[in-house]
Design a protein around this ligand. Structure first.
Ligand code: PHE
Length: 337
C-alpha cells in the first residue's frame, strides 16, 4: 500500500537528514527528495490512480512533508555555515568576548535635562510647542510689528505657505498665556532656526524659554532666579552681572553675564578679554505682550528669559565649534559618557 510506503519513506528521510554534515550533502539531499524529479514528486505522481479521498489525504501529507523538509533544511544550512565559519577562524573559547559599546546621552540633551531639573525645583513646568510657527506668534504678539527692525535681528526662514520656522522659543510665552490663566511658571525647551552659519552659529540650535507670571513678580525675582540658575549650572562661586539690553517683548530688558569660567575672569580669547560671558537675555514682560493675550496689566506682572543651549554647553565643556554638536562624530559624543 502506498500509504505504508510513505510512512516508511518518512522515517528514511529523517534518518538520512540527521546524517547530513556538509553543504554538498545537504544539496544532494534536497535534490534527491524535494527536487523537481525527486522522490516526493514521484510519489505525488503515483497518487493519480487512488480514490479521490486518498488522493486528498496523501497529497496533503506529502506536501506537508515537503514543507517540513524545506524548513528543516534551511535551519540545517545555517548550522552548517556557522560550524564552517568556526572551523575557518579556529574557534577559540579563551578569547575575550566582544566589547559592548554603550551609547552616551547627547551633550545638548544632557544640558536640557539639567536645566529643566534646576527650574523644576523652582516650580517651573516644562512645556513644548511647534517649530513651524506663524509670524503672529513669533513676532507680532511679541510686540514686534511688521515694520519693526527687530524682525531683521533674527534672519528668518520662510516657508512657501507663509509660515516660518520659529527664530526663538518666545512664541511659547504667547501660546502658554493664551491657553492658561495665571499664575504660571513655565520653561519651554526646543529647537529654533536662524539663517546663520559659522563656528558659533548653526542654522538650527536650541533654546530654553522661561516665563513667570503672578500678581507680584518683580525684577528682584528675575535676578534671584537667574542667579540661582547660574550658580547651579556653573558652580556656587560663579559671578553674575546684569547689563541693560533691548528686546521688544520685555521692558526693562537685560542680558546676564557670568564671570568667565574658562580663565576665571582673568581675560581670555573665549570672553574676548572682558572676563565675562553673556549667557542669556531676559526682562519684565512688556505690557503690549500681556495685552496680546488679554492679561490685565493692572493685575499681572512677569518676567521672561531666553537662553541658548549650545552656548551653555560650549562654555561648560570648553567647546569652541558649535558644529561639533551636529556632526555626530563618535569620539566627540563618547566623551560625554
Ligand atoms: N527671545 C530672545 C532671543 O532669542 C531671548 C529672550 C527671551 C529675551 C525672553 C528676553 C526674554 O534672543
Amino acid at each position: 500500500m502506498i500509504a505504508d510506503e510513505i510512512e516508511k519513506l518518512k522515517s528514511e528521510i529523517w534518518q538520512e537528514f540527521e546524517n547530513i554534515d556538509s553543504l554538498s550533502e545537504l544539496n544532494n539531499f534536497r535534490i534527491k527528495y524535494i527536487g523537481k524529479k525527486g522522490v516526493i514528486t514521484s510519489y505525488l505522481k503515483k497518487l493519480k490512480d487512488l480514490t479521490l479521498e486518498e488522493k486528498k489525504r496523501l497529497g496533503k501529507e506529502l506536501n506537508q512533508l515537503k514543507a517540513d523538509i524545506e524548513t528543516r533544511l534551511k535551519q540545517k544550512e545555517k548550522e552548517i555555515l556557522f560550524k564552517e565559519e568556526d572551523k575557518e577562524v579556529g574557534l577559540d573559547l579563551t578569547l575575550p568576548g566582544r566589547r559592548v559599546f554603550l551609547g552616551a546621552i547627547h551633550p545638548l540633551s544632557q544640558i536640557i535635562d539639567e536645566l529643566c531639573a534646576i527650574f523644576s525645583r523652582l516650580g517651573f513646568e516644562i512645556v513644548t510647542g511647534p517649530e513651524i510657527e506663524t509670524e503672529y506668534y513669533n513676532f507680532t504678539a511679541l510686540n514686534i510689528p511688521d515694520w519693526h527692525p527687530a524682525r531683521d535681528m533674527q534672519a528668518t526662514f520662510y516657508l512657501k505657505n507663509g509660515a516660518i520656522l520659529r527664530t526663538h522659543t518666545s512664541p511659547m510665552q504667547i501660546r502658554t498665556m493664551l491657553e492658561r490663566v495665571p499664575p504660571l511658571r513655565i520653561i519651554a525647551p526646543g529647537k529654533v532656526y536662524r539663517c546663520d552659519a559659522d563656528v558659533r552659529h548653526s542654522p538650527m540650535f536650541h533654546q530654553i524659554e522661561g516665563l513667570m507670571v503672578d500678581r507680584e513678580v518683580s525684577f528682584s525675582d528675575l535676578k534671584g532666579i537667574l542667579t540661582y540658575f547660574a550658580k547651579e549650572t556653573f558652580g556656587e562661586k560663579t559671578k553674575v552681572r546684569f547689563r541693560p539690553s533691548y528686546f521688544p517683548f520685555t521692558e526693562p530688558s537685560v542680558e546676564m553675564d557670568i564671570g568667565c569660567v574658562i580663565c576665571n575672569s582673568k581675560g581670555c580669547r573665549v570672553c574676548s578679554y572682558t572676563g565675562w560671558l553673556e549667557i542669556l537675555g531676559a526682562g519684565m514682560v512688556h505690557p503690549e505682550v500681556f495685552k496680546a493675550v488679554n492679561y490685565d496689566t493692572e493685575i499681572w506682572q512677569g518676567f521672561a528669559f531666553g537662553l541658548g543651549i549650545e552656548r551653555i554647553a560650549m562654555i561648560k565643556y570648553g567647546i569652541d565649534d558649535i558644529r561639533l554638536f551636529f556632526e555626530n562624530h563618535l569620539y566627540f559624543l563618547e566623551s560625554f559618557k
